[in-house]
Design a protein around this ligand. Structure first.
Ligand code: GCV
Length: 663
């Protein structure tokens, strides 16, 4: 038991799986048929719920689809069920889960727990994930990094895995974490930061034992373990004087390294690689390209059924702001589109959802649809680096859902979710914090990520209702209150921060928290807004700008190119316009800035009031932690409002039509 800043005792929060939600199963009989670690986990779950084993006529029968017919269940719709799929049936109070493979048994079990929390009822439903790869990436460092700390962009205390340069002795929390992840369908976890320091690189060699221990915890929950590696390892850890991917000695080094890993972890998932990006080494040092680098690793892993997740987050972070021809947004496409078709089958190109960096509003990356001959994975950020750092309540389900439903080739073409054949990946938001995620409401984001990874078509509001019901139980007032706080919180956050898709007005000094309009304006990072006395925005058109809009297929290339058709929320991402430019909404850009910033803070006030009204209905420690966070959200939103409004009033000299206070 720890205590929070106000001295309230804080127990480890059960997230969306409190034992209470299993109460309806207590004393009922169960029969779980099948063998193996994962099926044994389901047995243990049933025992934990207080169920008793029965050999015949059990209340809950869990069996493989192949066995269903022999049990008189031939009419269940199990034909062609994949290894992770299941059929769930409730008939007259009796429950059957027929699974395709062991993971399906586990997912079917947790589906039933959800079903109970939502009120149950008879019916037969069939479930299969859209994507085979549903990955969660930890940016956890083994050693505390002097600037980034134990967890890079972590807002929930230390790492669940490591402490002060070592794997934790007590890994019981990791076991509880694995259970939570399995319950939302996550099946791959990367256990260390993509920025791989000297200490972390050794997870591949003399500290492989740590990986082995974590993999053993994740395995019975149907989760395979992946490792971020450092591309220069043959040079820095081995005794070679190069890490050139075309050098046979380097290739042998990686082949041997992979073989050593698989000898100890037969179900190891593979490597995640950030190469030639933000100071991480890569193939460029040897005049090779990203396909050369990725394929070399892929060939070392291929005999073991391993994957390389190779990140497309590659750009020049040593840009000269005076040079208007360089556009960071273009970089990933310019780098990777020419390589399409050259990656081996076991390479997954992992692409951030937007061309910049997990901003609250960006267009969907044009790299994803461009790579038609490459397995591409979509990368999201659950940790709230740019969306309030788990101080602000921001439910990201609606943002992700919008991204997944984007149709890169227009209204008749497929949704993004359908074309990412390499599945989905996201940066984790948990840590050693008693609530796991700092802000208790940030748990909803991890939950939503898992559920959308399983079924991208799920409505974010439905997912939110599920999460609330599981986490907080049946009280209607609580359910409505939390729903009202989170439902539109992403758009609220957008409304009081950087306007109309302009991005990056965050404080570099305060590690991307809080406003600093010009914080990155004259920097090397390539993230600008170009505001002057007449106007604002980045001209990324083909006609007069950087040409980024031309990286899209039609109809988006034309839609983004023209002021007549560019969506309001992205206008400043694609165009530099006068403050008096009239949006499709009918408002001018400057009036939009003022109105949304005033309204955003008012909306936060309502969120605070809604949280206050829940006092007495929520556990005291949850409410106390939330109260601290909401006070900070209101302070910070007010600061954003006043700095943004004042900045643009001073720049433009145009007064607010409503005459509100601007400083
Ligand atoms: C792990 C952003 C973050 C970095 C992060 C990087 C990445 O730039 O600020 O902390 O590094 O993205 O995704 O690799």
């Amino acid at each position: 038991m720890t205590s929070d800043a106000s001295g309230h005792p804080v127990r480890e929060h059960p997230m969306w799986l409190p034992d209470d939600r299993l109460a309806a199963l207590r004393g009922r009989t169960v029969s779980v048929l099948g063998e193996g670690d994962v099926v044994d986990t389901v047995r243990a779950e049933a025992a934990r719920a207080g169920m008793t084993d029965a050999t015949t006529a059990a209340d809950v029968l869990i069996l493989s689809a192949d066995d269903a017919a022999a049990h008189g269940l031939a009419d269940l719709p199990t034909a062609g069920l994949g290894a992770e799929g299941f059929v769930h049936e409730v008939r007259d109070g009796r429950v059957v889960v027929a699974y395709g493979g062991p993971n399906g048994a586990l997912y079917g079990w947790f589906h039933h727990v959800r079903h109970l929390a939502l009120g149950g009822g008879d019916g037969t439903t069939r479930h299969e994930p859209l994507h085979e790869l549903r990955m969660l990436d930890h940016w956890d460092n083994v050693a505390v990094h002097p600037y980034m700390g134990q967890v890079e962009r972590g807002y929930a205390d230390g790492s669940v895995f490591y402490e002060d340069g070592m794997l934790r002795d007590d890994l019981s929390r990791v076991e509880r974490y694995a259970r939570l992840l399995a319950s939302i369908g996550i099946n791959r976890v990367t256990i260390n930061n993509v920025n791989v320091g000297r200490r972390e690189a050794r997870l591949l060699t003399d500290d492989l034992g740590s990986v082995e221990r974590l993999a053993a915890i994740f395995r019975p929950w149907g989760i395979r373990t992946h490792l971020s590696i450092n591309f220069a390892s043959p040079l820095t850890l081995g005794d070679l004087d190069t890490s050139d991917p075309l050098d046979p000695a380097v290739q042998r080094w990686w082949t041997d390294a992979a073989a050593r890993v698989y000898a100890r972890i037969p179900d190891f998932g593979g490597f995640l690689v950030k190469a030639d990006s933000e100071g991480q080494p890569g193939p460029y040092a040897y005049g090779r390209d990203h396909a050369d680098g990725a394929n070399m690793l892929a060939r070392a892993l291929a005999p073991h059924d391993g994957l390389v997740h190779w990140r497309a987050f590659v750009y020049n972070h040593r840009q000269d702001w005076r040079d208007r021809t360089t556009d960071r947004a273009r970089a990933a496409y310019d780098t990777f589109a020419p390589l399409d078709g050259r990656f081996d089958d076991n390479v997954v190109l992992q692409v951030k959802f937007g061309p910049l960096d997990f901003q609250v509003r960006e267009p969907v990356s044009p790299v994803i649809p461009a790579m038609t001959r490459t397995r591409v994975a979509l990368e999201l950020q659950v940790t709230q680096e740019y969306t309030g750092q788990q101080q602000h309540a921001v439910y990201l389900g609606p943002q992700w859902s919008e991204i997944l439903a984007f149709r890169p080739t227009g209204d008749d073409g497929p949704e993004l979710a359908q074309i990412v054949r390499g599945g989905i990946a996201a940066v984790a938001n948990v840590g050693a914090d008693a609530f796991w995620t700092g802000h208790p409401l940030a748990q909803a984001n991890l939950y939503a990520y898992g559920r959308l990874g399983w079924d991208p078509a799920l409505e974010p509001g439905t997912i939110l209702d599920e999460w609330i019901a599981l986490t907080f139980g049946e009280d209607e007032t609580t359910r409505r209150g939390i729903r009202s706080i989170l439902d539109d919180s992403w758009r609220t956050y957008e409304s009081y921060t950087a306007p109309l898709g302009v991005c990056f007005m965050v404080s570099p000094l305060n590690r991307h928290y809080g406003p600093d309009v010009d914080g990155y304006e004259y920097s090397a990072w390539g993230t600008y807004h170009f505001a002057d006395r007449d106007g604002i925005g980045v001209d990324r058109t083909v006609a007069t700008g950087t040409g980024y809009a031309g990286q899209y297929a039609e109809p988006w290339a034309s839609r983004y190119e023209s002021l007549d058709t560019v969506p309001d929320e992205l206008i400043l991402f694609f165009h530099h316009v006068p403050y008096t430019h009239r949006l499709h909404s009918g408002r001018t850009v400057i009036q939009h800035i003022y109105d949304t910033h005033f309204a955003g803070v008012e909306r936060v006030r309502e969120m605070v009031a809604a949280w206050d009204a829940l006092q007495g209905r929520l556990p005291e420690d949850v409410h106390a932690r939330g109260r601290e966070r909401f006070a900070e959200q209101l302070r910070s939103a007010t600061e954003w409002r006043d700095q943004i409004n004042t900045y643009f009033w001073r720049k433009s000299g145009i007064a607010d039509e409503a005459g509100r206070t601007i400083f």
